[in-house]
Design a protein around this ligand. Structure first.
Ligand code: 2M8
Length: 419
């Protein structure tokens, strides 16, 4: 692949670097985000290992005493009005670092391991972050085990990272809104991106209401959230990171046993709680039923190295099917191309995302599905080359959508080109 693409990707990361960490995009998301930081650190690791380590240590600076790694660490210099919901809304944080109170997919241990491979610091970086990563995993295993079966539950669609996925339509519809209506708020997300590419107002009302209720309850993980879901992608990422934690422990002379055991437990819970015999589905803990929607979330367990071969093969076949691969072969759609909920241009309701393609390619490769992995990577590179380093892409035309100069897309490109 071409040098100009690599140069453009590096320029995006450099342009989004703030001195301490990297924003997802300058205008749309002017703070540091939880799982973005992990992808971005892996991208930086090929160019500037110091910045890669700083990226991870910056997001971990926002970690709460209970271990949660927040989904946003706010930059103090950015005015409140630049992003909603900003620091004043969340009223959260630690040691002078303002943060949100939600979390996001825990990709950080995996990122830390990858960063350390290209760092001159030897094990020093891993030693600095190990305790915090363990605390993050303990938080998920302890405070988020709302279903009691050993998986981590998310309490808000924003925690999935796939905020507007059709998988969340049903559980969101069941969230009660106040009889007098949701207290007024001002969306800021459509100033730089077309409304047709962003979530609806109805979805936003529920996002804001859920976040307010969680905040007003002191961010207590008491199992009372009106939205309470076990998400296969979130849990698969947690599992992938748990394997990384075991590896990190081995590298720095800590006991890897507890993390190996935890990985076995999460794998078994994924199989017993979210596999329906045909596909992985999110479990709605409010109804204790699986949410029967085909979305890219279901493909996430490819990241589980212990997945039985026939299950990995079934996931790979689903990924290659017309539900996820359009006739033009443009990347993996975030949601079923053939379903009535499919929307080509709207956020997580259909578009192709480079970060997810990157994850899925890693999963496929882990199961020896090398041709399939290379195909996903190559189509991702072609999309980006054709349409620019955007937040997401139309799976039918390949048009670039959402924010421009997007960091995790740049990071995925860099890692695919270099790895
Ligand atoms: C999107 O989410 C934020 C809220 O967290 C938003 O729309 O304002 C999602 O794509 C999420 O996964 C991502 O981490 C974030 C920043 O890139 O943007």
């Amino acid at each position: 692949m071409t040098a100009p693409l690599a140069d453009a990707a590096e320029a995006v990361l450099a342009g989004n670097w703030t001195g301490e960490s990297t924003v997802p995009s300058r205008h749309q998301y002017p703070h540091q985000w939880g799982w973005d930081a992990a992808y971005i650190a892996i991208g930086w690791s090929w160019i500037d290992a110091g910045r890669a380590a700083a990226e991870i240590e910056s997001i971990l600076r926002g970690q709460w005493p209970d271990g949660r790694v927040p989904h946003i660490v706010f930059h103090p210099g950015v005015p409140e009005g630049e992003y909603f919901p900003g620091p004043a809304f969340w009223a959260g944080g630690v040691d002078g670092v303002a943060t949100s109170g939600l979390t996001q997919p825990p990709l950080h241990a995996r990122a830390a391991l990858e960063v350390s491979r290209r760092s001159d610091e030897g094990d020093a970086f891993l030693r600095r972050v190990f305790g915090r990563l363990v605390a993050q995993h303990d938080y998920l295993a302890g405070r988020r085990n709302a279903g009691g079966g050993g998986l981590a539950a998310i309490v808000h669609p924003w925690e999935s990272g796939l905020d507007d996925s059709p998988a969340w339509d049903e559980p969101l519809a069941a969230v009660d809104l106040p009889a007098e209506g949701v207290a007024p708020y001002e969306r800021r997300d459509r100033r730089h991106v077309a409304a047709s590419e962003r979530p609806s107002d109805a979805a936003y009302d529920r996002f804001v209401q859920l976040a307010r209720v969680y905040r007003d309850g002191g961010y207590a993980d008491d199992g009372q959230s009106a939205f309470l879901v076990e998400d296969p992608l979130f849990n698969a990422i947690w599992l992938w990171s748990t394997h990384a934690l075991a590896e990190i422990a081995g590298l720095i002379g800590e006991d890897a046993g507890p993390y190996r055991d935890a990985a076995v437990r999460i794998h078994e819970a994924l199989m017993t709680r979210l596999w329906d015999g045909e596909r992985f589905l999110p479990r709605d803990l409010r109804t204790d039923r699986l949410i029967d929607r085909r979305t890219i979330l279901s493909l996430g367990p490819l990241l589980d190295p212990q997945l039985p071969e026939e299950v990995a093969a079934a996931l790979a076949a689903e990924l290659e099917s017309p539900h996820f691969r359009g006739p033009g072969g443009l990347g993996v759609a975030s949601s079923d191309l053939l379903a009535p909920t499919f929307e080509r241009r709207r956020y997580w309701r259909g578009p192709v995302w480079a970060n997810l393609n990157w994850l899925l390619a890693r999963g496929l490769r882990q199961h020896g599905l090398v041709r399939e992995a290379a195909d996903v990577e190559q189509t991702t590179l072609s999309l980006v080359e054709h349409a620019g380093i955007r937040e997401y892409y139309d799976p039918v035309t390949g048009d670039g959508l959402g924010a421009e100069d997007f960091s995790w897309t740049a990071a995925a490109v860099i890692d695919i080109l270099r790895a």
